[in-house]
Write a protein that binds this ligand. Structure first.
Ligand code: UDP
Length: 336
């Protein structure tokens, strides 16, 4: 395995670089003086997310679906794979493509990494634990995924992608690392991709009722985007390769009702709540055990949910045009 050392001025591929997390990562890497090649199909990524990066000399964009093999002439030092639809409605919209993105897409990027002797980081997910039976989730836990359910295209795809990474690592072909990301939120979430934080904030700002699925007693642990990006870079640059998957997330656990109450405190005009059916296989509890990240990466999240939520609300306020908010409020009022 010929691996090049990381240093300022590396050339780094960020697959999914126009997405929520990817665009923050591109920004961080450019800020560290690296060249960034953003690869994105724009299926769920957005040109808006990277508009402010386009003028940077170190930034380039390749519009490409990683399900197809990718060739890059320039010498590459690092590849981050963040390319995949990640919210349940968006990854279930085209489940075949989701599974292919995880398996073929990750395979294609691993082969690219091998060709260049580049280090590789796979953005895996807490979804590989399915609806977990142990709490909090340690990396040793092997998970409880329904392999025939509607979440399987993502969960099983991501599990297979992890297997590919560890196989090529064991074979000495790629210096691959695997991070398991727990629910992450912050500016540049898509307002309409169906995730809880963006849904509740957009609903509250536009005067609509907050939608809670099931009883709202299911839990999640929410990590602010800047903390997550710091964790991803720490894992990529860790010497030597920890050769183990690593949970990255904020261990503070909240029920969905508690999150909704927090949103209502921050946006006091939002009062109504509507309960809708719980999606199939919706995990009941989720909380990362992050001892491994603390020990091996000296990483821990710093931004509490209340603070991160405020930044997120401020961003959505600017993002959604005041005229649209006014219109949505009028529609909400006339629907009552
Ligand atoms: N959820 C909800 N209302 C919404 C969107 C989501 O109650 O408008 C719930 C969903 O059922 C799940 C949790 O919030 O229990 C987190 O959902 P999300 O889609 O953000 O991510 P997941 O962790 O399920 O992948």
């Amino acid at each position: 395995m010929q691996i090049r050392d990381g240093s300022d001025g590396d050339t780094i591929v960020v697959a999914g670089g126009a997405g929520f997390l990817g665009s923050h990562l591109c920004e961080k890497l450019l800020g560290h003086g690296h060249g960034v090649i953003c690869v994105d199909s724009f299926l769920t990524g957005s040109q808006k997310n990277i508009a402010h990066l386009r003028a940077n000399q170190g930034f380039s964009l390749i519009e490409h679906d990683i399900c197809d093999p990718l060739e890059i002439d320039e010498q590459i030092d690092r590849i981050y794979n963040l390319a995949c639809a990640a919210s349940p409605p968006s990854y279930q919209a085209d489940p075949f493509h989701t599974m292919m993105t995880c398996v073929k897409g990750t395979g294609n990027l691993l082969l690219l990494a091998e060709q260049h002797g580049a280090r590789f980081l796979q953005a895996s997910t807490s979804e590989i634990y399915g609806d977990p039976e142990i709490h909090p989730q340690t990396e040793e836990y092997r998970g409880s995924v329904n392999c025939t359910g509607p979440r399987a295209c993502y969960d099983e795809g991501k599990r297979a992608a992890e297997a590919l990474c560890f196989d090529l690592f064991r074979l000495g072909r790629v210096d691959a690392r695997v991070a398991r990301l727990f629910n992450t939120y912050g500016p540049r979430m898509q307002p309409d991709d169906g995730r809880i934080v963006s849904n509740l904030v957009v609903q509250a700002l536009s005067g609509r009722a907050l939608t809670l699925y099931g009883t709202g007693h299911q839990t999640r642990s929410f990590c602010y985007v800047s903390d997550m990006i710091r964790g991803l870079v720490a894992l990529m640059e860790r010497e030597p390769n920890p050769a183990l998957p690593i949970n990255l997330g904020n261990p503070d656990e909240f029920s969905i009702c508690e999150l909704a109450e927090m949103v209502q405190r921050e946006i006091p005009t939002s009062k109504d709540v509507v309960y809708l059916p719980l999606p199939i296989d919706d995990p009941r509890r989720r909380q990362p055990d992050i001892r491994r990240a603390v020990d091996l990466l000296d990483w821990r999240p710093e931004i509490p949910l209340e603070e991160g939520l405020r930044h997120t609300i401020d961003w959505f306020k600017q993002m959604i045009r005041p005229a649209d908010l006014q219109l949505a409020r009028l529609e909400a009022a006339s629907a009552v």
